[in-house]
Write a protein that binds this ligand. Structure first.
Ligand SMILES: [Zn+2]
Length: 375
């Protein structure tokens, strides 16, 4: 008789639940004051961490915890969170002094907030705790049971309040995604995601150029041989071997990129927003050099196809969006103007001064469009 032992492993999936808060005017004032004070404190602390090259929470705590409490009136736990926030930002890029927007979102941990039932949350402010009603959809209610750990309090530019809460969902739970990875497909960069991950086309273009040159010289050799009355048998064979190599290289590159993007979607519990096929068709017309355009357009389409079928296999939804204006619109303020896009690579908003890599800005717009389509 055979005994079977079954080992079950659970992988947890991290998701973020976006819960809208509905504070009345008085409570909103308190939340706003807290956010502003927290960011003031972070901006006060950041240069100190930067100048002393301190990326250690405990070292900073020892030096500045008391000041944070006395100068800014932060609660003990908020002072700790503020230090952690500065350290995280500094660690992300040690070459620049971190700075925080006046209304940048601030972290709430379980000592700073707690849910009261399924429709209210208690949040600590500078003036003590406040109870805030929450607005939740059905999906959010379903996932709510898993909500735990750190949350972020967000004041959006349109004045709406949100609490973004981390959620651990056991694997196997079907997940209706509420967010997207925006992907901008191109030629200089083959793909750029809205968080700035970039898959450069340099290597592919180098290989194409090299193959192109090689092919040209072989063809010249062949015709020289023909002129001499000889049969260019060897040269012909080399040429036919060459023809498959470039496309195999592209194919392989596209496989790697698409795999990475789909994995990223899986890891973050997001769907993928891509420009629609019509957009890809149109963008082929934009290219000038005919040879390159032909290859790029085809490779473009291949990459999109690969992302699509790998996503399908992983149970991840693809949301096609119309790419119109995504390269000229500011992802920060929404201003749309052709000259916002300064060059192929750089984006600078004429209205708000937002500066970014042009492809990343476009990827953010693609994500935003997908979010709108879904709403
Ligand atoms: Zn702008």
């Amino acid at each position: 008789m055979i005994t079977e032992s079954i080992l079950t492993i659970f992988f947890n999936m991290k998701l973020t639940l976006q819960i809208q808060l509905l504070p009345d005017v008085a409570i909103a004032q308190k939340l706003k004051a807290t956010i502003e004070r927290f960011n003031e404190a972070a901006n006060w602390l950041a240069p100190k961490a930067y100048e002393r090259k301190l990326a250690n929470k405990f070292a900073l705590q020892k030096l500045y915890y008391k000041d944070l409490r006395h100068l800014f009136g932060l609660s003990a736990q908020m002072a700790i969170r503020c230090i952690a926030q500065v350290v995280e930002a500094y660690k992300r890029d040690k070459s620049v002094q971190p700075s925080f927007r006046k209304h940048a979102s601030i972290p709430y941990d379980q000592r700073l907030y707690s849910f009261k039932g399924i429709d209210r949350v208690s949040l600590l402010t500078l003036e003590g705790r406040v109870l805030v009603p929450m607005l939740m959809g059905n999906y959010q209610r379903e996932q709510f049971g898993y909500a735990k750990g750190q949350a972020d309090l967000v004041l959006r530019k349109d004045g709406k309040w949100f609490l973004l809460v981390s959620v651990d969902v056991p694997d196997g739970t079907p997940i209706p995604t509420t967010d997207f990875i925006g992907v901008d497909l191109g030629t200089t960069n083959l793909a750029v995601t809205d968080d700035g991950e970039t898959f450069s086309g340099d290597t592919v273009e180098n290989v194409r150029q090299k193959m192109h040159d090689l092919k040209k010289s072989l063809q010249q050799k062949a015709s020289a041989l023909v002129k001499q009355g000889k049969r260019p048998k060897n040269v012909r064979r080399k040429l036919s071997l060459l023809s498959g190599r470039e496309s195999r290289f592209r194919r392989n590159t596209n496989h790697i990129i698409s795999k990475r993007i789909v994995e990223k979607a899986k890891d973050t519990g997001k769907a993928i927003a891509l420009e629609d096929l019509e957009g890809i068709r149109k963008s082929q017309k934009r290219f000038r050099k005919p040879q390159r355009a032909k290859m790029s357009g085809w490779s473009f389409f291949q990459l999109r196809t690969f992302i699509e079928y790998k996503a399908k296999r992983a149970g991840i939804r693809i949301e096609p969006v119309d790419p119109k204006y995504t390269s000229q619109t500011c992802a920060e303020c929404g201003h749309c103007e052709k000259s916002n896009r300064q060059t192929q690579a750089s984006f600078l908003c004429k209205v708000c001064g937002h500066k970014d890599h042009a492809d990343r800005n476009a990827a953010r717009n693609i994500r935003a469009k997908a979010l709108c389509q879904q709403a």
